[in-house]
Design a protein around this ligand. Structure first.
Ligand SMILES: Nc1ncnc2c1ncn2[C@@H]1O[C@H](COP(=O)(O)OP(=O)(O)O)[C@@H](O)[C@H]1O
Ligand SMILES: [Mg+2]
Length: 262
């Protein structure tokens, strides 16, 4: 009996911990000159969840990720990450930026470094991890992204799909609490898309909190706990994957899905 109630308290505590958003964006506005590219964007993301952001080109998806990652200052609103206000008025917490991993469309590996050197660089330089330990972690991560034999390859000796998986391993090497992916397969040949999406899906299933910008709808359907549809700098729709693909969504989102599926 006591054990049962202890277990219940435990599970309540876990649920409460899970219910506190790891990332909370409220009233985010961002302009470039006179052009407002993010207009009152708000959403929360709980620990362990994956949100897939979709929307037409120019709708502000990359800008949103860049704001979350503090690559861009914001004009209004707040971004709270891991209980700290990291962007907005009176924000402190730039230091938490190293807890956010980012994967770009064009991989952005350092061309003069091998795969393993790319992965080891930030842990050694930023987190001051001893080299031998960073190397062990990097090898384990190369295994995790299914290219254990590519440690000593330079980026130009790797396919696009392999380079992107090195880029994912590089982000993971910092032991991030949140991963951001900006159209991670848009620059890839079709046969390489799946190998990269499979890795992202595996990470997501293991509980990595993730924001993924992608047009890959079958991936979105499988990976997303929530879909955010953006258009013209606004969040037009937030819906569970079931509801979104079940068709109960804003007509503008429907129309967008139709255009990319056909
Ligand atoms: N650095 C910049 N300077 C000026 N305008 C920009 C800049 N970056 C993006 N924009 C504009 O902001 C809008 C949103 O861009 P972006 O976030 O890249 O959209 P998406 O990723 O959804 O295609 C676009 O109109 C784009 O031209
Ligand atoms: Mg973009």
């Amino acid at each position: 009996m006591i054990e049962e109630s202890m277990a219940m308290i435990d599970s309540n505590a876990q649920q409460q911990a899970a219910a506190v958003p790891l990332l909370s964006i409220a009233g985010l506005r961002k302009s470039y000159g006179a052009v407002e590219v993010l207009r009152d964007v708000s959403f929360d993301l709980c620990k362990g969840k994956t949100v897939v952001v979709i929307g037409p080109s120019g709708s502000g998806k990359s800008t949103l990720l860049r704001c979350i990652n503090l690559l861009e200052p914001i004009d209004e609103g707040t971004i709270v990450f891991d209980r700290q206000k990291i962007s907005g008025t009176d924000a402190h917490g730039h230091h938490v930026r190293i807890d956010i991993g980012m994967v770009f469309q064009n991989f952005e590996l350092f061309p003069h470094l091998t795969a393993i050197e790319n992965i080891m660089l930030a842990p050694v330089e930023v987190r001051k991890v001893p080299k031998a330990q960073a190397r062990d972690t990097a090898l384990a991560l190369l295994e995790k992204v299914h290219i254990p034999d590519k440690a000593d390859a330079f980026p130009d000796e790797l396919s696009g799909g392999q380079q992107q998986r090195v880029a994912i391993a590089r982000a993971l090497a910092m032991n991030p609490k949140l991963m951001l992916y900006d159209e991670p397969t848009s620059a890839l040949d079709p046969e390489m898309i799946k190998e990269v999406l499979d890795v992202i899906l595996e990470l997501s299933n293991e509980g990595m909190t993730s924001v993924v910008v992608t047009h890959e709808m079958s991936f979105a359907r499988r990976a997303a706990d929530e879909i955010v549809f953006m258009d013209g700098g606004r969040v037009i729709e937030r819906a569970s994957s079931e509801r979104f693909f079940g068709g109960e969504v804003h007509p503008r989102a429907q129309k967008f899905i139709q255009t990319i599926l056909h």
